[in-house]
Design a protein around this ligand. Structure first.
Ligand SMILES: [Zn+2]
Length: 107
């Protein structure tokens, strides 16, 4: 993802509308690009402000707003990877025990 693409995705990102993979690329880019980071900061602040004007009860810490948002995305990505590994191991174990039972039945 380049800067232009990231800047087009700023609003969808803040609204949580990005696909998993796009979100991951977005966060990775913002982490390494000071320009886009700054841009995200501006948007995130504006959108948080609008939410509060709308009467949202959430407390917003503007100093850590972008960090919190990015960290949330990174946590999500980690959870998904863990889950993928977990279900892979489960399937492998299930296949192995099934195989074992068949071997026991026939040999
Ligand atoms: Zn950039």
């Amino acid at each position: 993802m380049n800067c232009k693409e990231v800047q087009r995705q700023l609003v969808p990102y803040i609204n949580g509308e990005l696909q998993e993979k796009a979100e991951e690329e977005f966060v990775r880019h913002v982490r390494h690009c000071p320009d886009c980071y700054e841009e995200l900061e501006v948007y995130a602040t504006v959108f948080a402000g609008i939410r509060q004007l709308d009467g949202a009860e959430e407390k917003i810490d503007y100093r850590t707003l972008v960090e919190d948002t990015l960290e949330n995305s990174e946590e999500d990505a980690k959870d998904e990877r863990f889950f993928a590994l977990y279900s892979f191991l489960l399937k492998t174990a299930a296949t192995a025990s099934l195989f074992y039972m068949i071997v026991r039945l026939f040999f």
